[in-house]
Design a protein around this ligand. Structure first.
Ligand code: GLU
Length: 359
């Protein structure tokens, strides 16, 4: 494997929790040992750790039946402390300092909030602190939550310019069929342009919110942006060290990164489509030009109509005339002005190429 420098490691609830819901301290301790080893080798590590809700369940038994939101809130509030306490003492044995980063979707929605969060984690890394990130499940509104921590880990990897994202779950990677079927084989390498959607099963297992669907979506997107993504089994002894130093003989699925990483601002835009304030619909000619290899901006002449209201600098989604989402961009013209320009030639771009990300 190409030399890594900064790695985001996402550890799922199924690795950190036993089948009965109690925290799996043996697995946590094994992950900590390996992260400490990677740190000694000079690598920077950011941990995205699930397990708060699962830990909370083992601590508090609510007196009456709670709805799913109240359960998530009380279990995460109690469990996050237990989770971080365990990490704090395990890393402490190596003299390593950990810091808690609790975040939520809104912290990625504006450029200023995004940069604020980025510099917070940057200063932690510069001072040798290992950031341990989780969604703020206590404060997050249900309709504004990340799909799961796989999505969050992708955002963190993109935001922090990580060269590698390792997603540890309770499965070796992506198989050509059900992992329980002896006929299925593990897909080792995934090249740019490979589409594995036919192999992604809709089922999910255990305690986490995520499944292979989100893992695959995140992995494909990040690899296209220039980040190497590995999906592997966190229950395998020594998995992290093996992946980094001895990857050929270790079962995993690896998405090879695009040769030319996209710019930092485009990365932010690429992960911002759920914050869009409006929609721009383009005609077939513009759709073809935008999807092509040349660096083109979105001009008023290619727009058929728009929906929503936005200010200059807001994120908008781009659709073709069959209403398929094609991309996302940062508008350099507000919606009211855009409306007056729709279909016109010779006007300045509504989204400049530097602020445009096509799927
Ligand atoms: N944030 C949740 C927790 O710590 C996990 C979300 C997920 O399963 O991806 O319990």
């Amino acid at each position: 494997m190409k030399q890594s420098r900064r790695i985001v490691v996402k550890v799922g609830s199924n690795v950190l929790t036993r089948a009965d819901g109690r925290p799996n301290v043996t697995n946590m301790s094994a992950i900590v040992d390996q992260v400490a080893h990677l740190r000694q080798q000079g690598l920077e590590i950011i941990l995205v750790s699930s397990g708060a809700v699962a830990c909370g369940r083992s601590v508090v038994k609510p007196s009456k039946k709670l709805d799913s939101v109240a359960q998530r809130q009380i279990f995460s509030a109690v469990g996050q402390i237990k989770l971080l306490n365990t990490y704090h003492s395990l890393f402490g044995e190596y003299g390593l300092i950990v810091g808690q980063v609790l975040t939520q979707k809104e912290n990625f929605s504006s450029r200023s909030a995004y940069l604020n969060q980025r510099s917070c984690m940057q200063v932690m890394l510069e001072n040798g602190v290992i950031p341990i990130v989780n969604e703020n499940d206590t404060a997050s509104m249900t309709e504004l939550m990340f799909t799961d921590n796989d999505e969050l880990s992708g955002l963190i990897a993109a935001m922090m310019d990580a060269d590698t994202l390792i997603i540890l779950s309770n499965i070796d990677g992506i198989f050509t069929g059900s992992p329980d079927d002896p006929e299925s084989t593990l897909i080792g390498k995934v090249a740019i342009g490979d589409d594995l959607s036919q192999y992604i099963l809709a089922t999910k297992s255990g305690f986490g919110r995520g499944g292979m669907g989100t893992k695959y979506g995140i992995a494909r997107k990040l690899a296209d942006e220039g980040v190497r993504v590995i999906i592997a089994n966190g229950n395998r002894p020594n998995i992290l060290s093996d992946l980094i130093f001895n990857s050929d003989s270790t079962p995993h699925t690896e998405f090879e990164p695009a040769d030319e990483p996209i710019s930092h601002i485009k990365r932010w835009i690429a992960h911002s489509d759920s914050f869009a304030k409006g929609r721009i619909y383009v005609n077939a000619k513009a759709a073809e030009a935008l999807a092509g290899d040349r660096a083109v901006s979105l001009l008023p002449v290619g727009i058929t109509h728009i929906e929503g209201e936005w200010e200059e600098g807001d994120i908008v989604n781009i659709f073709d005339d069959n209403s398929n989402q094609m991309g996302v961009g940062r508008a350099s013209v507000d919606s009211a002005t855009t409306l007056t320009l729709v279909g016109q030639r010779g006007s300045r771009p509504i989204i400049h190429y530097d602020y445009l990300f096509m799927d």
